[in-house]
Design a protein around this ligand. Structure first.
Ligand SMILES: NC(=O)c1ccc[n+]([C@@H]2O[C@H](COP(=O)([O-])OP(=O)(O)OC[C@H]3O[C@@H](n4cnc5c(N)ncnc54)[C@H](O)[C@@H]3O)[C@@H](O)[C@H]2O)c1
Ligand SMILES: N[C@H](CO)Cc1c[nH]c[nH+]1
Ligand SMILES: [Zn+2]
Length: 427
């Protein structure tokens, strides 16, 4: 891994660049696929599934028989692990429910806010290099708690034209209403425009590679909402001499194995730790089945020595990692100071993969610096806040003149009239 020592601030943005392509690089492909899916519907979906996933499907809708078979295929031990993870995710996301806010802003003027589920949601489950069935739990569990009516799941088929049994098992466990075998840009297009087999939805959720992420961002032009840009995985670890090099290396590799365009970074105030982590990465990577992928990601990754914690924190906040691990003596300094991160993991016994699977937090998180402005998926992502108001006669007498004066000043006579016509009856 590349080591950088005390980089000058002018060089930070260069050092912290992500290895992914930009919207500009992928936009033309997205536009073409969107146009074709919009015009030709399922025919275009079928053609692109053949082109990108190498399989020609008679039907892309998962049948009840396929789901039953999938349940048989998943070993009991794994079924129980999935159920245990689901329970923790449920507990954490149920706790995110908020109560109705109800206030009288002026005598006779009652205002309240309540949340309502988004009725139709689309969940994207990555499946290009590994079928991420854990993502089904991360998206379908909060969708179900929120009360979404139509929960459509899309994921790319394998070469046999199937979805992994674990994806189907998790989907039926969490109340998904329709499952479609389609991935990549074409899946996002299907959910945005709707086809004969893919329902059009109001909001698209889920992580994916850079093609999926850019497609989601561009889909918003057509009126569909998205959770956030959740692209290639990232991890930044801050650690000092107290940290254990083998643990840190294992965490870095856990995110490096996601994809060649993943990025992992170690920031440390200890040169000794940096060199031990580097050695450990070399050692551990050789044992990984996905060594090839991890090696490519490691080539994009950095070990950064910074001599003081204040500067290190500034650099971390400039980067805004998706995942942030803190393994330092003074963990409170980083816990309190972190302004931009998707999810934070604290201490030697909190591997990032705990959040990926089973601690209860959500693993669908903003990448590419979007943690500066976006939250990761949570219960509220599946809800809309609606406001209500009820004004009594007394209330209108109390605020009527205020409205009239403001409407008149904005030059909107009809707005004023809607109050005046009522006030006349009351005075
Ligand atoms: N940020 C998060 O919350 C989060 C969570 C989990 C996974 N991830 C990321 O999700 C990604 C999963 O990627 P994946 O590739 O394994 O699965 P994927 O399902 O995201 O993408 C596979 C699809 O990409 C499309 N595709 C591939 N090459 C293409 C090309 N050249 N042009 C157009 N389309 C193309 C194909 O349609 C294919 O079906 C990884 O990058 C991982 O890091 C992120
Ligand atoms: N680390 C990924 C989020 O960036 C989520 C995931 C799913 N499975 C394993 N990991
Ligand atoms: Zn992961």
């Amino acid at each position: 891994m590349k080591t950088i020592e005390n980089p000058n601030k002018d060089t930070w943005s260069d050092i912290l660049k992500r290895p992914t392509q930009t919207i500009g690089d992928i936009e033309a492909t997205v536009n073409q696929i969107f146009n074709e899916v919009r015009q030709e519907g399922d025919k275009a979906i079928k053609d692109y599934t053949l082109r990108f996933d190498g399989v020609s499907l008679k039907s892309n809708v998962v049948t009840p028989e396929e789901i039953q078979q999938a349940i048989q295929n998943v070993p009991e031990k794994l079924q129980n692990a999935i159920k245990k993870a689901k329970k923790n995710i449920e507990v954490f996301h149920t706790a995110q429910k908020t109560s109705k806010i109800d206030v009288e802003t002026t005598n006779g003027v009652q205002c309240w806010q309540e949340k309502r589920p988004i009725e139709k949601v689309g969940l994207y489950i990555p499946g290009g290099t590994a079928p991420l069935f854990s993502t089904v739990l991360m998206l379908a569990v909060p969708a179900q708690i929120a009360g979404c009516k139509e929960i459509v799941l899309c994921s790319p088929p394998n070469k046999e034209g199937q979805l992994a049994s674990e994806i189907l098992f998790a989907a039926q466990l969490c109340g998904v209403t329709k499952i479609i075998k389609v991935g990549g840009i074409q899946a996002v297009a299907g959910l945005t425009f709707g086809t004969d087999t893919i329902p059009q939805v109001y909001k698209i959720f889920g992580p994916g590679n850079q093609y999926v992420t850019v497609a989601k961002q561009l889909a918003t032009k057509f009126g569909v909402a998205i959770d956030m840009p959740a692209g290639p995985s990232e991890l930044l670890v801050v650690a000092d001499e107290e940290a254990k090099a083998s643990y840190i290396a294992s965490d870095l590799l856990s995110q490096a194995e996601h994809g060649a365009d993943s990025q992992v970074i170690l920031v440390s105030t200890s040169k000794e730790l940096i060199s031990s982590v580097s050695e450990e990465v070399e050692k551990q990577i050789k044992e990984l089945p996905r060594q090839d992928i991890a090696e490519k990601a490691i080539a994009n990754s950095k070990l950064i020595y910074i001599e003081n914690n204040e500067l290190a924190l500034e650099l971390i906040n400039q980067y805004g990692p998706e995942h942030f691990i803190i393994c330092t003596k003074n963990e409170d300094f980083y816990v309190n100071g972190i302004a931009n991160a998707g999810s934070v993991f604290i201490g030697n016994y909190t591997p990032e993969s705990a959040g990926d699977y089973a601690s209860g937090t959500n693993h669908t998180l903003p990448t590419n610096g979007f943690s500066k402005a976006y939250s990761g998926v949570n219960l509220d992502s599946f809800l809309k806040s609606m406001t209500f108001q009820k004004i009594s006669k007394e209330g209108l007498l109390n605020i009527g003149e205020t409205i009239e004066l403001m409407a008149e000043a904005e030059g909107l006579q009809a707005h004023k009239n809607a109050v005046s016509i009522r006030l006349k009856d009351l005075i």
